[in-house]
Design a protein around this ligand. Structure first.
Ligand code: PLP
Length: 405
């Protein structure tokens, strides 16, 4: 079935990603073609993260990257201030609890902006706080947080700055180095349009310095940044060299007789996805998302649906979250949209009364936005709401016409 995937958990796969995964079929891992693919993929990721820091690709979805970063950087007895903007902020709090690091929660109302001065006061008063964690684009509410300003704060106070950029990377502006992000988490399957199951982290030297000074050993093999650093340095780069020159075999056995591997097929897929991103160009891509997001927002307003994030300064261009009219449950609504129109929306993470419209990479296009609005308007009508779908379509169309997609 040719679904229109406007969800925000996993998006359309880029055609180059699909082709690369096909090319990979039956090619062995740990031979030159794989080494080259991986090295190239890391270099492309650095361009997208806008960083000269180390970037590691890791096995697992975005959540694995977050847990790995937090588990490796912080240890028992330390605290991290978590800005809780929605479900993904709350996930970080849970991860910290699980790994024995104290979360200091700073709650922000859904769709609202964090008060930086209050955050500064809390950190100044608690010397145990060694890091600040924020979700750049809270995918469950559609609100962005001021990462650049928070980065300045962390620099002033000399603490680690960790950012969940999983849904923002490759969709909206993100400047890892300029904004002073020490740990920046991304995943392949959101705005990158890559395969699900592979994530990445940009890591500053400050993080590695902190890890060097840990009092306790990291209680994990595969969720240890150093393990993955060895993987890339030894099992890929040194093995690649060894393949060409011979000599002594590089050792890849620091904490276990065999450490970790990446899923080769997914690395090939990610490479393809990144090729598409860079051939479009980040500047154009970000602009495209801004038109797509604006078109969806205007259409939702025309349908009379309440947006969870209303402040123009905070709205995300890659996800729009709206409340459904009273009495309509998001599950029933999404089920109807899928069965009747083959349109998949994102579920309501913050309750049964809302749905999310993702405009992530490929789906940030009139080709998918216009039929989605049409289906959404008709579905509202089916559930008894009085809406003007034609007006919503016109609003979106007017915005989309101003950009060359
Ligand atoms: C999707 C998402 C996650 C979770 O990532 P998975 O790849 O599903 O593990 C975390 N944070 C944000 C902001 C997300 O959008």
């Amino acid at each position: 079935m040719a679904y229109i995937n406007m969800s925000c958990g996993q998006t359309f796969l880029s055609y180059t990603a699909l082709r690369r995964m096909g090319q990979q079929a039956n090619q062995p891992i740990y031979y030159p073609a794989y080494f080259e693919t991986e090295e190239k993929t890391v270099e492309m990721l650095k361009k997208i993260y806008k960083t000269d820091n180390e970037v590691l690709i890791i096995t697992g979805t975005g959540t694995y990257a977050i847990e790995m970063g937090l588990r490796s950087t912080f240890e028992e007895g330390e605290a991290v201030l978590v800005i809780n903007t929605g479900i993904f902020g709350a996930v970080a709090k849970s991860i910290l609890e699980i790994i024995g690091v104290t979360p200091v929660e700073f709650k922000v109302e859904y769709g609202k902006e964090v008060d930086i001065e209050k955050v500064r006061d809390i950190i100044k008063k608690n010397k145990n706080i060694k890091g600040l964690y924020v979700v750049h684009d809270e995918t469950t509410t559609g609100a962005m947080q001021p990462v650049e300003e928070l980065g300045k704060l962390c620099k002033d106070l000399d603490i680690i700055f960790a950012v969940d950029a999983i849904s923002s990377i490759a969709g909206v502006e993100l400047e890892t180095d300029k904004w002073g992000i020490d740990l920046c988490f991304g995943s392949a399957q959101k705005c990158m349009n890559g395969p699900q199951g592979i994530a990445s982290i940009a890591i500053s030297n400050k993080v590695y310095e902190k890890i060097k000074n840990r009092k306790t050993e990291i209680s994990s093999l595969s969720l240890d940044l150093e393990t993955w650093r060895r993987y890339h340095e030894i099992k890929v780069k040194k093995y690649h060299q060894w393949w060409k020159t011979g000599g002594e075999e590089p050792k890849f056995t620091a904490r276990a007789p065999h450490e970790v591997s990446l899923p080769a097929t997914l690395v090939w897929g990610l490479q393809g996805a990144l090729e598409d991103i860079l051939s479009e160009g980040m500047e154009k891509r970000i602009k495209r998302h801004s038109f797509a997001g604006k078109a969806v927002r205007n259409a939702m307003d025309a349908l009379g649906l309440e947006r969870v994030t209303k402040d123009e300064k905070l709205v995300s261009d890659v996800v729009t979250v709206v409340r459904l009219p009273k009495g309509i449950l998001e599950r029933d609504f999404r089920q109807y949209m899928l069965e009747k129109y083959l349109v998949a929306l994102g579920n309501g993470e913050i309750g049964p009364d809302n749905v999310r419209i993702g405009t992530m990479g490929i789906s940030a296009s009139p080709k998918y936005i216009l039929p989605t609005i049409s289906a959404l308007g008709n579905s509202l009508k089916h559930f008894g709401a009085e809406v003007d779908t034609g007006k919503a379509l016109k609003e979106a169309h007017d915005v989309l016409c101003a950009f060359e997609f």
